[in-house]
Write a protein that binds this ligand. Sequence first.
Ligand code: UDP
Length: 259
Amino acid sequence: MNRPDGRQPDQLRDISFIPNVAAHATGSVLVSFGNTRVICAATVEEDVPRWMRVQRVDGGWLTAEYAMLPYSTLDRKARDISKGKLDGRSSEIQRLIGRALRSVVDLKKIGQRTVWVDCDVLQADGGTRTASITGGCVAVAIAFNRLFAQGKIKDFPLKKLVAAVSAGVYQETPLLDLNYEEDRDAAVDFNVVMTESGEFVEIQGSGEEAVFSSAEMTSMLDLSKQGIERIVTLQREAILAADRASTTDLASLAAAFGR
Ligand code: UDP
């Protein structure tokens, strides 16, 4: 079985993180998984949702929003606002991103604040939700580093890193990190969210019009676990790099896109 882009079954696409792409966000990163590119930005608001105030819940909240930019897809995708309703798929994905990130954040340690994690897909080529979780975690870590440096928080709220990747069964072979072409033709599609310690946070798996065996599921989960271990190393490097440079210069953006 040959993958459309020539990768090995357990090979990730080229993954890169360009931190600090949006100066007004508290933390931001442009994450690429091959041709999938997502801008992830964490903005900290000095307020909590009304239900938290009413119920006198301690600490803060973290929530996420996800959208595909109109030109991120092969055919232009109209903005939700012009259709007058939130796309069901976007709504499902943003809830997944929020749950994934809250699983590694100690909300008590962020104080009476709300962290908004905005994930906007610049270019879609499969795996936009997993790229959003992976980049969202980097943006949140950068944001918390900033709050910490400003003395606004005393304990670091991020307990560990979380990352996500897709896996699937394509032409009867379990594969890691599907691109659009593979995702479209795959019989089975998994999205795996895992912490840096190898604990599962969430698994979305379905045999779209097919079925799958436990052996195939085990292979997909093993592939994902190995992939996430590699992704976490890259996340850590990106968080450190963000600390060194306060804003990304145009030359490094151009270099990343020129790959
Ligand atoms: N896609 C698209 N338009 C849409 C939804 C999806 O072009 O409205 C493409 C896009 O490349 C996306 C892929 O289909 O990455 C797979 O979509 P899916 O819903 O499985 O989510 P993802 O894999 O991006 O998390």
